[in-house]
Design a protein around this ligand. Structure first.
Ligand SMILES: *[C@@H]1O[C@H](CO)[C@@H](O)[C@H](O)[C@H]1NC(C)=O
Ligand SMILES: *[C@@H]1O[C@H](CO)[C@@H](O)[C@H](O)[C@H]1NC(C)=O
Ligand SMILES: *[C@@H]1O[C@H](CO)[C@@H](O)[C@H](O)[C@H]1NC(C)=O
Length: 789
C-alpha cells in the first residue's frame, strides 16, 4: 500500500527531510542480498546509543541528575558541534561517542513512517494502525485512549530495540480544537470540545511516555516522548488561498483562555508531555515560534513545561521568507531562540545560527539553553545509558508489535467509536440468517487504505468493509458506483439495477484524503460530486430502505439522507483503522451494539458562508456570525455534538447532587457587579484552596432499557442561565463510558470543581463564575444548580 501522506514543504522551501539518497548497489550484491532475504529473516541490529562506559564522563553517568549530565555534555561541544544539533536531523559527534539522532517521528494513531526517525525495513514491517483520532474520540473513553497510547509507546520502543528507530520523539498528539468543520486536519484531533481534547491529550501522553493512567509515576524516564502540537490556534490549512504558512489568526483573550489554550495547558501540566511543537501560523501578528510570551512565559513558566520545543517543519524559514516578519535569516534565528524554541524541523538553524552569532544577534546562552533541553530529552529516553536494550525499556520485544492484544485493541476502539446516526424502524441490525442477497455500493467499500486516514504506518493487515460484509453475507454483490470518492462520474443506472435485485443495500460513501488532508481544507460540507445523486437514486429503487455508511474525518451535511424515508439507517465510521472494515460489518450485523457519539457538530452547508479565517468562537448578532461548536453556535444543525444512537436505549436520572447551591464568599477582590446587576466571580483569583472547598459531586443513574448489552458514554453538560456575557450555551463538564448488560443499571459519579467546570472566560481571559441559576443536564434530565454570592 502506498498511501502515506508525507509533509510537502511549501514550494520555496528545501526538500523534505524524508527524502534520503540511496547508494547504488552492484547487481551481484543485489543478487546476494535478495537470496539472503529469501532464506533468512532480517536480524535485529543494535539501536544507536551512547556511553558504553558509564565512568568515561559525567554525561555518561546514570546516577547523576539529568541536568548535571546534559550540562556536562553541552560544555564539551564546540560552536560548530552545537549548531549541528539544532535541526531535526542531528548528526553524530564521533569524538564524544554521541550517535546521530532524528527528532522527527510520527505516531498519531499508531507508529507511522511519515518522519525520518522510524523505518520499516528491518525485522519489523508493520505497526498496529488504530482508528484515526476523531473516531477514537467518539468513544468518549479516556481509559481506551490511554491504552492506545501505551500500545503505541510499546511498539515504538520495540522498533527502537530492533534498531529501526533513529529517534524516540514522536510528534503527536494533535490537540488543536476542531474549530471549523472544513479543516482538513480535523480528522487528526479529538474534536471540538476543549475539555475533551484536554482529557485525550493527558491520556495519550501518559500512555505513550510510560506513565500510569492516574499520572503518578515519575515523569523523568520516558518510554517514548510525546509532543503537544500545534501550539497554538492552528486549524487552517489552505482555504481560498489563505495558507497556514502566512495566516495571522486573530484570537481574542477570551477565546484563547477557554478554547485554544486549555488542551495545551492540560497536555503540559497533567500529561507532563516532554515536547511541544510551535505552529506555522501567526497569532495576533506574532509567529508562534517567535513568541516569548507563548513559549517561555506561558508554557515554561506558568505551566511548568519541562521538555523541548520544536518548530513545525520549515516554520522558522517562513518567518523570514514567507511572512517577512524577520528582516534577515539571522533575525529569524534570534527571534525563535530568544522566544524559547529549541530545535527546528528543517535546516534553517543549522545554516544560519553561526552568522547570527557572528552578528551578535544570538548569544551562547541562547544556544546552550536549547541544547540543554534537547540532550535532557535524549537522556530521559535512556539513550546515554549504554546499550538501552539492557535498561528499563530494553525488554520490550518485537513480538509486541502487531500483537494479538494490540490488534484486538484496534478493533475494540473502532467498534466503540462508530456512531449510529439514524435507524428508522430498527432497520439495523441485519440478521445474518434472513438477509438474503446484499448489494454493497460505493467508492469507499473496497479500499482498505481509506480506513487509515493520514499519518499512518504500514498496518498489520486490513480488511475492507466489503470483504468483512462478504464474509457475513455469502450472496453479496459489489459496485463502486463512482470513479473515485470525488465521484466526478457515477454509474447510476448500473447501481440502480443492482439495488433492485438485492434484498438489502449498503452504500459506503463519504470522503478520503483527496477531499480533506494536510494543506487541503474543504470549501463545501456536502458529499463530493455525484455521491448524493447516486445514493438517492439507489435508495429510491431499492426494495427496502437502504443503509448509508459514511467514512470521513470532518462532518458532512447529509440532511437529504436524514429526512429521506428510503434511507433507513446512517452510520458514521470516521477513518476506522486497520480493523475498521470488520467493526463496521459487526455493527451492521448486530455482533456489536454501537455506542459512539459525535465529537463535533455536524453543521448544514449554510455554515460555509462563515469565513474559515474568522477565529471567533462566540456569536456576533451585529454581523450575523452564528458562533462555533456546540458551546456557542446558535444555528440549525444536521446532528448535534454528542449525538449517537444505539440498538438499546438508555434512561437517565439524577440520583443526588451533594450541593444544589454553590456559595461563594463575597469579597471585593473576587467579584465584579455588572450593569445588569448580575455578579461574576473571578475564579482565577480565588486561589486553589477556596476552589477546592467548593467541590461537589453529582451522581447519575443510567439504565440499559434495551435488549442488547452495550457500551454507552454518559455525557454531563452544564447549561448557563443566559449568554449575555459571552458565556457558552452549555459545556461538557464530565463524561464516562459504562458497559451495561440488557436491563442493567449503573450509577456514575461526577466530581465537579466549580472553578474549572462552572467557569467561563471573560473578555480579559480571566476565568469567571456567573452568579445565578444553572442546569446540570444528562440526556433530557435536568438538575438546577444555583451559584450564590
Ligand atoms: C541550507 O544550506 C544548504 C547547503 O548550503 C542548502 O542546500 C539548503 O537549501 C539550505 N537550507 C535552508 C533551509 O536554508
Ligand atoms: C470569607 O473570606 C474572608 C476573606 O478571605 C475570610 O476572612 C472569611 O473567613 C471568609 N468567610 C467564610 C464564611 O468563609
Ligand atoms: C423502557 O423501555 C420500554 C419498552 O421499550 C418503554 O416502554 C419505557 O418507556 C422505557 N423506559 C424508559 C425510562 O425509557
Amino acid at each position: 500500500m502506498n498511501t502515506h501522506i508525507h509533509f510537502t514543504p511549501p514550494p520555496h522551501q528545501f526538500s523534505s527531510p524524508t527524502h534520503r539518497k540511496k547508494k547504488k548497489m552492484s547487481p551481484l550484491l543485489h543478487l546476494i542480498l535478495f537470496s539472503l532475504l529469501l532464506t533468512t529473516p532480517v536480524e535485529p541490529t543494535d539501536p544507536p546509543f551512547s556511553c558504553g562506559d558509564p565512568t568515561s564522563s559525567n554525561f555518561c553517568n546514570p546516577s547523576l541528575p539529568i541536568a548535571v549530565r546534559s550540562s556536562d555534555l553541552v560544555a564539551r561541544l564546540t560552536l560548530d558541534e552545537k549548531i549541528s544539533q539544532l535541526g531535526n536531523t542531528a548528526p553524530a559527534i564521533p569524538r564524544l561517542g554521541v550517535p546521530a539522532y532524528q527528532w522527527w517521528s510520527e505516531s498519531l494513531h499508531g507508529v507511522a513512517d511519515s518522519g525520518p526517525g522510524i523505518h520499516f525495513n528491518g525485522p519489523i514491517h508493520f505497526a498496529t494502525s488504530f482508528p484515526q483520532v476523531i473516531l477514537s474520540a467518539a468513544s468518549f473513553n479516556p481509559s481506551l485512549w490511554y491504552r492506545i497510547g501505551v500500545a503505541i509507546g510499546d511498539e515504538a520502543r520495540a522498533l527502537y530495540n530492533a534498531g529501526q528507530a533513529q529517534g524516540m520523539t514522536f510528534w503527536a498528539p494533535n490537540i488543536n480544537v476542531f474549530r471549523d468543520p472544513r479543516w482538513g486536519r480535523g480528522q487528526e484531533t479529538p474534536g471540538e470540545d476543549p475539555g475533551m481534547a484536554s482529557k485525550y491529550a493527558v491520556s495519550y501522553v501518559r500512555g505513550l511516555q510510560g506513565d500510569s493512567f492516574a499520572g503518578d509515576v515519575s515523569a523523568e524516564h520516558l518510554k517514548a516522548s510525546a509532543c503537544c502540537k500545534h501550539f497554538t490556534a492552528y486549524d487552517l490549512e489552505n482555504w481560498h488561498g489563505q495558507t497556514r504558512y502566512t495566516f495571522d489568526a486573530q484570537v481574542s483573550a477570551q477565546d484563547m483562555a477557554d478554547t485554544y489554550q486549555p488542551p495545551f495547558q492540560s497536555c503540559v501540566e497533567e500529561g507532563k508531555a516532554s515536547g511541544i511543537m510551535c505552529s506555522y501560523n501567526k497569532v495576533n501578528g506574532v509567529p508562534t515560534c517567535a513568541d516569548y510570551g507563548l513559549l517561555s512565559r506561558t508554557a515554561r513558566n506558568a505551566w511548568g513545561f519541562n521538555g523541548y520545543i520544536t518548530s513545525d517543519c520549515d516554520a522558522v524559514s517562513i518567518i523570514h521568507d514567507a511572512q517577512g516578519y524577520a528582516k534577515t535569516p539571522e533575525d529569524a534565528i534570534a527571534d525563535v531562540l530568544k522566544a524559547g524554541m529549541d530545535v527546528n524541523c528543517g535546516k534553517y538553524l543549522q545554516n544560519y545560527t553561526k552568522s547570527a552569532v557572528q552578528q551578535g544577534k544570538v548569544s551562547m546562552g541562547d544556544i546552550d539553553r536549547a541544547l540543554h533541553n534537547l540532550f535532557s530529552i535524549r537522556m530521559r529516553l535512556g539513550l546515554f545509558n549504554g546499550n538501552p536494550k539492557q535498561h528499563r525499556f530494553g525488554h520490550i520485544a518485537t513480538s509486541n508489535v502487531c500483537s494479538s492484544k494490540h490488534q484486538f485493541l484496534a478493533l475494540e476502539v473502532a467498534r466503540d467509536g462508530i456512531v449510529l446516526l439514524k435507524n428508522s424502524a430498527n432497520l439495523l441490525p441485519l440478521s445474518k440468517a434472513r438477509t438474503g442477497s446484499l448489494a454493497v455500493i460505493g467508492p469507499n467499500a473496497n479500499n482498505p487504505s481509506v480506513l487509515l486516514g493520514n499519518y499512518h504506518g504500514p498496518p498489520c493487515g486490513s480488511v475492507s468493509p466489503l470483504q468483512a460484509l462478504q464474509s457475513r453475507a455469502m450472496n453479496t454483490h459489489y459496485l463502486a458506483g463512482c470513479d473515485s470518492v470525488a465521484c466526478g462520474t457515477a454509474s447510476i443506472g448500473e447501481a440502480v439495477g443492482l439495488a433492485k435485485t438485492a434484498d438489502y443495500v449498503v452504500l459506503i460513501m463519504g470522503l478520503d484524503q483527496t477531499q480533506e488532508k494536510e494543506e487541503l481544507d474543504r470549501v463545501s460540507l456536502l458529499l463530493p460530486g455525484m455521491q448524493q445523486s447516486l445514493i438517492t437514486s439507489v435508495a429510491n429503487a431499492a426494495k427496502r430502505p437502504v443503509i448509508l455508511v459514511l467514512l470521513s474525518g470532518g462532518p458532512v451535511d447529509v440532511t437529504f439522507a436524514k429526512y429521506n424515508p428510503k434511507i433507513g439507517a446512517i452510520l458514521w465510521g470516521g477513518y476506522p483503522g486497520q480493523a475498521g472494515g470488520v467493526a463496521l460489518a459487526e455493527v451492521i450485523f448486530g455482533e456489536h451494539n454501537p455506542g459512539g457519539r459525535l465529537p463535533v457538530t455536524w453543521y448544514p452547508e449554510s455554515f460555509t458562508k462563515v469565513p474559515m479565517t474568522d477565529m471567533q468562537m462566540r456569536p456576533d448578532p451585529a454581523s450575523g456570525f452564528p458562533g462555533r461548536t456546540y458551546r456557542f453556535y446558535n444555528g440549525p444543525v444536521v446532528f448535534k455534538f454528542g449525538y449517537g444512537l444505539s440498538y438499546s436505549n438508555y434512561a437517565y436520572e439524577f440520583i443526588s447532587v451533594t450541593q444544589n447551591q454553590v456559595y461563594l464568599n463575597k469579597s471585593d477582590s473576587l467579584y465584579a457587579v455588572e450593569k445588569s446587576g448580575s455578579i461574576r466571580y473571578n475564579a482565577a483569583k480565588m486561589g486553589s484552596d477556596a476552589c477546592e472547598t467548593l467541590r461537589f459531586s453529582a451522581v447519575v443513574g443510567v439504565k440499559n432499557n434495551g435488549s442488547m448489552q452495550g457500551r454507552h458514554p454518559v455525557l454531563l453538560f452544564l447549561r448557563w442561565p443566559d449568554v449575555r456575557r459571552g458565556s457558552p450555551l452549555k459545556k461538557l463538564v464530565g463524561f464516562e463510558s459504562v458497559h451495561l448488560k440488557a436491563g442493567e443499571r449503573a450509577e456514575v459519579e461526577f466530581n465537579l470543581r466549580p472553578c474549572e467546570h462552572l467557569s467561563r472566560a471573560d473578555e480579559d481571559g480571566m476565568h469567571m463564575l456567573d452568579v445565578g441559576s444553572h442546569f446540570l443536564e444528562v440526556g433530557d434530565e435536568k438538575h438546577e444548580l444555583t451559584v450564590l454570592a
